[in-house]
Design a protein around this ligand. Structure first.
Ligand SMILES: [Zn+2]
Length: 469
């Protein structure tokens, strides 16, 4: 690189990031020639690519070992030959290629997905209700893992040069809003037969845990200053805090059960992949450290199984999956359930539950200002809204990155997914720049760029990349 070619690059050199790029679909093949795309990646030192869409492959029934058979349909729009040609070109140039599209939820037909158990959620009225959504599959459905490993065997046989796979869920919910995807993502799951059986295997009594969860649900609808005080004295452990709210220590057992069942699922998944081929790598997705105690992905205990981890650096307001939006939904829901409590008090409770305090936020309006009016509870994408304050990046983002590295114990194996929206107010290139600067400053060495590669986001990726020239 010519010295001074990129303004602001020099101060980044010491903290430049090994950049991986993930494409959500195959549409990029319409925009780029194979070599043109690979040149663009290679120019900033990208040596590893991931693909979100399904791979063009047929299911071999022998790979499913008696679990559900069937070939998940995926519309390649006649691009199969084009996709194979691109993959050949990438392999010829020694790019590591990782498949995300092998996650069953990416391409489940209704016919196949009906065979899996979706999580059963506890409602406010104490009833357990089925959730219908392909993302709602329960990790404790035995058929699911068998089917998934079948797909991975298919992929390895058809594409033996694949370097590995990226896993995304299933996870337990970490939200509170009954409105978000019909309550699919709330903490109050799963109480289905899948978890009943798993709980018995792991020596937990799910019926007892359900009684405690129902009490937590009731208490969250009847919060007062005394309950919040009691919870705040337990801050540091989210399950302990929620147990204090419910007045029932079995809440801690409930989260221990969730954690044990996820650990068992991930262990068996990673072992299954090693059995397919010992060189295949497995990257395990998770949420930010603020939310993983609720989703039950305990990276410290999973670190021995996976090659690397992909905590989601998802930060936007509104839509779904973003940090600001999650805090907003918790406060808005609890405020609706508890009109007598101030938003400031509820924010204090949630800050302790999640382990961070958002700067310049003391009310719901302080959160809503970051998104176009009327968009905070929708899935719509908007570019309008106040940017997040600088302290959010330097304090909260940096803190979350330090935690994920500490949990895994090796910065080289922490490769967060970075995206800029799933609906809601999209992060601007300047905010993405601040995220990467804060993350690199906190010790991050590598990340997976899942941002749309438009001019602004790509310029930021180039600025932070560890270039080879
Ligand atoms: Zn279940």
């Amino acid at each position: 690189m010519v010295p001074g070619q990129l303004q602001g690059r020099s101060e980044q050199v010491g903290m430049a990031l090994d950049t991986w790029v993930m494409q959500p679909g195959w549409n990029f093949l319409d925009e780029y020639g194979d070599e043109e795309y690979l040149d663009k990646m290679g120019a900033i030192g990208v040596g590893n690519l991931a693909f979100g869409a399904a791979l063009p492959l047929e299911s071999n029934p022998a790979n499913y070992h008696g679990s559900i058979k069937g070939s998940p349909p995926f519309d390649f729009q006649g691009q199969e030959t084009r996709i194979l040609r691109f993959l050949e070109a990438a392999w010829r140039r020694d790019f590591g290629v990782y498949a995300y599209g092998t996650n069953p939820h990416m391409a489940l037909s209704e016919e196949v997905s009906r065979n899996f158990r979706t999580r059963r959620r506890l409602n406010a009225d104490g009833e357990v209700e089925e959730q219908e959504f392909t993302w709602g599959t329960c990790a404790n459905d035995e058929e699911y893992l068998g089917f998934y490993l079948g797909r991975l065997r298919d992929a390895h046989q058809a594409f033996p040069r694949l370097a590995g796979f990226l896993n995304d869920g299933p996870e337990f919910g970490y939200e509170i809003s009954p409105e978000l995807f019909g309550g699919m993502l709330t903490i109050f799951s799963c109480f289905g037969a899948c978890c009943q059986r798993k709980a018995a295997d792991l020596s937990y009594d799910l019926r007892r845990l359900r009684v405690a969860a129902a009490e937590l649900m009731r208490s969250l609808h009847a919060l007062d200053d005394g309950l919040i005080e009691r919870a705040l004295r337990r801050q540091g452990d989210p399950a302990d805090m929620l147990a204090a709210v419910a007045g029932d220590p079995a809440i801690v057992d409930w989260f221990l059960f969730k954690r044990a069942s996820i650990a068992d699922y991930i262990r068996r998944l990673c072992t299954g992949v090693k059995e397919i081929h010992p060189d295949l790598e497995m990257g395990i997705g998770s949420r930010l450290p603020a939310f993983t105690p609720l989703t039950a992905y305990d990276l410290q205990h999973l670190a021995g199984h996976a090659h690397f981890f992909l905590p989601k650096l998802y930060l936007w307001m509104g839509g779904f999956d973003g940090l600001y939006g999650t805090v907003y939904r918790w406060v808005a829901t609890l405020a609706r359930w508890n009109p007598g409590l101030s938003e400031e008090r509820l924010l204090a409770f949630l800050c302790s539950l999640f382990g961070f305090r958002l700067p310049e936020v003391e009310s719901l309006d302080d959160l809503r200002r970051h998104i176009r009016p009327g968009f905070s509870d929708t899935m719509e994408i908007t570019y309008v809204g106040d940017p997040f304050p600088a302290a959010f990046f330097s304090e909260i983002v940096a803190g979350q990155v330090r935690k994920m590295i500490a949990q895994v114990g090796d910065a080289g194996r922490v490769r967060p997914w970075l995206d800029c929206h799933h609906g809601g107010r999209t992060l601007t290139p300047h905010e993405i720049d601040q995220v990467l600067a804060a993350a690199a400053g906190a010790g991050l060495r590598t990340y997976l760029n899942y941002c749309r590669i438009d001019a602004g986001n790509w310029e930021v990726a180039v600025k932070h990349a560890r270039q080879t020239d």
